[in-house]
Ligand binder design. Sequence first.
Ligand SMILES: [Zn+2]
Length: 227
Amino acid sequence: MCIICKKEVTEDIEELKIYNCSDIKVLPYFPNLKVLYIYHCQNIKTIPYYPKLEKLEIRNCREIKEIPHYPNLKELEIVYSYIKEIPCYPELEKLFIYNCKNITTIPNYSNLKELEIRYSPIKEIPCYPTLEKLFIYDCQNIITISNYSNLKELEIWNSPVKEIPYYPELEKLIIYYCQNITTIPYYTDLKELDNCDKTTTIHYYPNLKKLKIDKCPNITTIKYNSN
Ligand SMILES: [Zn+2]
Protein backbone atom coordinates (compact mmCIF):
# COMPACT_ATOMS: atom_id res chain seq x y z
CA MET A 1 0.00 0.00 0.00
CA CYS A 2 1.20 3.46 -0.89
CA ILE A 3 0.27 6.89 0.43
CA ILE A 4 -2.51 7.19 -2.13
CA CYS A 5 -4.13 3.90 -1.06
CA LYS A 6 -3.85 5.02 2.54
CA LYS A 7 -5.48 8.34 1.60
CA GLU A 8 -2.62 10.30 3.08
CA VAL A 9 -2.35 12.65 0.13
CA THR A 10 -4.07 16.01 -0.05
CA GLU A 11 -5.31 17.48 -3.28
CA ASP A 12 -2.79 20.34 -3.34
CA ILE A 13 0.26 18.04 -3.30
CA GLU A 14 3.14 19.18 -5.53
CA GLU A 15 5.49 16.19 -5.36
CA LEU A 16 4.48 12.54 -5.24
CA LYS A 17 6.52 9.32 -5.11
CA ILE A 18 4.74 5.99 -5.40
CA TYR A 19 6.86 2.84 -5.04
CA ASN A 20 5.98 -0.84 -5.12
CA CYS A 21 2.23 -0.64 -4.84
CA SER A 22 0.28 -3.40 -6.55
CA ASP A 23 -3.08 -2.14 -5.31
CA ILE A 24 -3.25 1.16 -7.04
CA LYS A 25 -4.89 1.13 -10.48
CA VAL A 26 -5.84 4.74 -11.10
CA LEU A 27 -4.01 7.83 -9.97
CA PRO A 28 -6.17 10.71 -8.70
CA TYR A 29 -6.12 14.13 -10.28
CA PHE A 30 -3.85 16.67 -8.56
CA PRO A 31 -4.11 20.17 -10.00
CA ASN A 32 -0.79 21.38 -8.56
CA LEU A 33 1.37 18.32 -9.04
CA LYS A 34 4.83 19.24 -10.33
CA VAL A 35 6.93 16.12 -9.71
CA LEU A 36 5.78 12.51 -10.06
CA TYR A 37 7.76 9.30 -9.58
CA ILE A 38 6.10 5.94 -10.18
CA TYR A 39 8.32 2.89 -9.58
CA HIS A 40 7.31 -0.78 -9.74
CA CYS A 41 3.54 -0.34 -9.79
CA GLN A 42 2.28 -3.13 -12.01
CA ASN A 43 -1.40 -2.26 -12.04
CA ILE A 44 -1.33 1.38 -13.03
CA LYS A 45 -2.42 1.61 -16.66
CA THR A 46 -2.74 5.31 -17.30
CA ILE A 47 -1.43 8.52 -15.83
CA PRO A 48 -3.86 11.46 -15.67
CA TYR A 49 -3.25 14.81 -17.25
CA TYR A 50 -1.54 17.07 -14.69
CA PRO A 51 -1.40 20.62 -16.02
CA LYS A 52 1.56 21.72 -13.89
CA LEU A 53 3.73 18.62 -14.14
CA GLU A 54 7.41 19.44 -14.68
CA LYS A 55 9.17 16.17 -13.88
CA LEU A 56 8.05 12.60 -14.49
CA GLU A 57 9.88 9.34 -13.80
CA ILE A 58 8.35 5.99 -14.65
CA ARG A 59 10.31 2.85 -13.78
CA ASN A 60 9.21 -0.70 -14.26
CA CYS A 61 5.48 -0.07 -14.64
CA ARG A 62 4.70 -2.55 -17.36
CA GLU A 63 1.06 -1.62 -17.89
CA ILE A 64 1.64 2.03 -18.69
CA LYS A 65 1.67 2.20 -22.49
CA GLU A 66 1.02 5.90 -23.02
CA ILE A 67 1.84 9.20 -21.41
CA PRO A 68 -0.25 12.36 -21.81
CA HIS A 69 0.87 15.59 -23.34
CA TYR A 70 2.09 17.75 -20.42
CA PRO A 71 2.62 21.34 -21.56
CA ASN A 72 5.12 22.18 -18.80
CA LEU A 73 7.15 18.99 -18.62
CA LYS A 74 10.89 19.67 -18.37
CA GLU A 75 12.30 16.28 -17.34
CA LEU A 76 11.21 12.81 -18.37
CA GLU A 77 12.76 9.51 -17.40
CA ILE A 78 11.37 6.18 -18.63
CA VAL A 79 12.98 2.94 -17.48
CA TYR A 80 11.91 -0.65 -18.26
CA SER A 81 8.75 0.37 -19.99
CA TYR A 82 6.49 -0.71 -22.85
CA ILE A 83 5.57 2.85 -23.75
CA LYS A 84 5.56 3.18 -27.54
CA GLU A 85 5.60 6.85 -28.13
CA ILE A 86 6.81 9.95 -26.33
CA PRO A 87 4.80 13.09 -27.06
CA CYS A 88 6.48 16.21 -28.35
CA TYR A 89 6.73 18.19 -25.09
CA PRO A 90 7.43 21.84 -25.90
CA GLU A 91 9.39 22.57 -22.69
CA LEU A 92 11.33 19.32 -22.35
CA GLU A 93 14.98 19.83 -21.37
CA LYS A 94 16.07 16.39 -20.13
CA LEU A 95 15.13 13.01 -21.52
CA PHE A 96 16.34 9.61 -20.25
CA ILE A 97 15.26 6.41 -21.95
CA TYR A 98 16.54 3.07 -20.57
CA ASN A 99 15.41 -0.28 -21.77
CA CYS A 100 12.32 0.78 -23.67
CA LYS A 101 12.07 -1.77 -26.45
CA ASN A 102 9.02 -0.17 -28.06
CA ILE A 103 10.37 3.34 -28.46
CA THR A 104 11.95 3.50 -31.90
CA THR A 105 11.79 7.21 -32.60
CA ILE A 106 12.05 10.36 -30.54
CA PRO A 107 10.41 13.67 -31.49
CA ASN A 108 12.06 16.94 -32.31
CA TYR A 109 12.27 18.93 -29.11
CA SER A 110 13.07 22.59 -29.45
CA ASN A 111 14.49 22.99 -25.91
CA LEU A 112 16.21 19.67 -25.22
CA LYS A 113 19.54 20.08 -23.42
CA GLU A 114 20.31 16.59 -22.19
CA LEU A 115 19.60 13.22 -23.76
CA GLU A 116 20.57 9.82 -22.42
CA ILE A 117 19.62 6.59 -24.19
CA ARG A 118 20.51 3.10 -22.96
CA TYR A 119 19.72 -0.28 -24.51
CA SER A 120 17.35 1.23 -27.02
CA PRO A 121 16.33 0.28 -30.58
CA ILE A 122 16.17 3.98 -31.57
CA LYS A 123 17.74 4.44 -34.99
CA GLU A 124 18.19 8.13 -35.20
CA ILE A 125 18.63 11.02 -32.82
CA PRO A 126 17.15 14.21 -34.26
CA CYS A 127 19.30 17.27 -34.71
CA TYR A 128 18.39 19.16 -31.51
CA PRO A 129 19.56 22.77 -31.77
CA THR A 130 19.93 23.24 -28.00
CA LEU A 131 21.49 19.88 -27.03
CA GLU A 132 24.42 20.18 -24.61
CA LYS A 133 24.86 16.64 -23.27
CA LEU A 134 24.46 13.38 -25.15
CA PHE A 135 24.95 9.90 -23.65
CA ILE A 136 24.53 6.80 -25.77
CA TYR A 137 24.93 3.36 -24.14
CA ASP A 138 24.54 0.18 -26.08
CA CYS A 139 22.25 1.40 -28.86
CA GLN A 140 23.07 -0.93 -31.71
CA ASN A 141 20.91 0.85 -34.29
CA ILE A 142 22.52 4.26 -34.01
CA ILE A 143 25.15 4.40 -36.73
CA THR A 144 25.56 8.13 -37.17
CA ILE A 145 25.30 11.07 -34.82
CA SER A 146 24.31 14.53 -35.97
CA ASN A 147 25.99 17.87 -35.76
CA TYR A 148 24.98 19.67 -32.59
CA SER A 149 26.24 23.19 -32.51
CA ASN A 150 25.93 23.51 -28.71
CA LEU A 151 27.11 20.08 -27.61
CA LYS A 152 29.47 20.22 -24.62
CA GLU A 153 29.57 16.59 -23.47
CA LEU A 154 29.46 13.41 -25.49
CA GLU A 155 29.66 9.93 -24.02
CA ILE A 156 29.37 6.79 -26.17
CA TRP A 157 29.58 3.19 -24.90
CA ASN A 158 29.42 0.02 -26.92
CA SER A 159 28.15 1.60 -30.10
CA PRO A 160 28.62 0.90 -33.83
CA VAL A 161 28.94 4.66 -34.54
CA LYS A 162 31.60 5.15 -37.19
CA GLU A 163 32.40 8.79 -36.96
CA ILE A 164 32.13 11.63 -34.48
CA PRO A 165 31.46 14.99 -36.09
CA TYR A 166 33.26 18.18 -35.23
CA TYR A 167 31.46 19.95 -32.37
CA PRO A 168 32.66 23.51 -31.89
CA GLU A 169 31.70 23.66 -28.20
CA LEU A 170 32.73 20.17 -27.09
CA GLU A 171 34.52 20.06 -23.72
CA LYS A 172 34.20 16.44 -22.64
CA LEU A 173 34.43 13.29 -24.75
CA ILE A 174 34.16 9.75 -23.40
CA ILE A 175 34.38 6.72 -25.68
CA TYR A 176 34.35 3.08 -24.57
CA TYR A 177 33.95 -0.08 -26.64
CA CYS A 178 33.31 1.63 -29.97
CA GLN A 179 35.19 -0.49 -32.46
CA ASN A 180 34.42 1.68 -35.47
CA ILE A 181 35.63 5.05 -34.27
CA THR A 182 39.13 5.43 -35.60
CA THR A 183 39.60 9.18 -35.59
CA ILE A 184 38.73 11.95 -33.19
CA PRO A 185 38.43 15.46 -34.63
CA TYR A 186 40.44 18.40 -33.45
CA TYR A 187 38.22 19.98 -30.79
CA THR A 188 39.64 23.31 -29.82
CA ASP A 189 37.68 23.56 -26.55
CA LEU A 190 38.14 19.98 -25.39
CA LYS A 191 39.06 19.77 -21.70
CA GLU A 192 38.60 16.09 -20.98
CA LEU A 193 39.20 13.05 -23.16
CA ASP A 194 38.52 9.68 -21.64
CA ASN A 195 39.64 6.78 -23.75
CA CYS A 196 40.00 6.54 -27.48
CA ASP A 197 39.53 2.84 -28.17
CA LYS A 198 40.50 2.09 -31.76
CA THR A 199 41.71 5.56 -32.57
CA THR A 200 45.08 5.64 -34.19
CA THR A 201 46.00 9.28 -33.71
CA ILE A 202 44.96 11.89 -31.21
CA HIS A 203 45.46 15.58 -31.56
CA TYR A 204 47.21 18.01 -29.33
CA TYR A 205 44.10 19.65 -27.89
CA PRO A 206 45.10 23.11 -26.68
CA ASN A 207 42.68 23.21 -23.73
CA LEU A 208 42.94 19.63 -22.54
CA LYS A 209 43.17 19.18 -18.76
CA LYS A 210 42.41 15.50 -18.34
CA LEU A 211 43.41 12.64 -20.62
CA LYS A 212 42.83 8.94 -20.03
CA ILE A 213 44.04 6.30 -22.45
CA ASP A 214 43.23 2.75 -21.49
CA LYS A 215 43.53 -0.28 -23.78
CA CYS A 216 44.04 1.75 -26.95
CA PRO A 217 46.69 -0.33 -28.69
CA ASN A 218 46.50 1.64 -31.92
CA ILE A 219 47.52 5.02 -30.63
CA THR A 220 51.04 5.70 -31.68
CA THR A 221 50.99 9.43 -32.27
CA ILE A 222 49.83 12.67 -30.76
CA LYS A 223 49.45 15.25 -33.46
CA TYR A 224 50.67 18.74 -32.70
CA ASN A 225 48.62 20.53 -35.30
CA SER A 226 45.03 20.85 -36.33
CA ASN A 227 45.16 18.79 -39.50
ZN1 LIG B 1 -0.95 1.87 -2.90
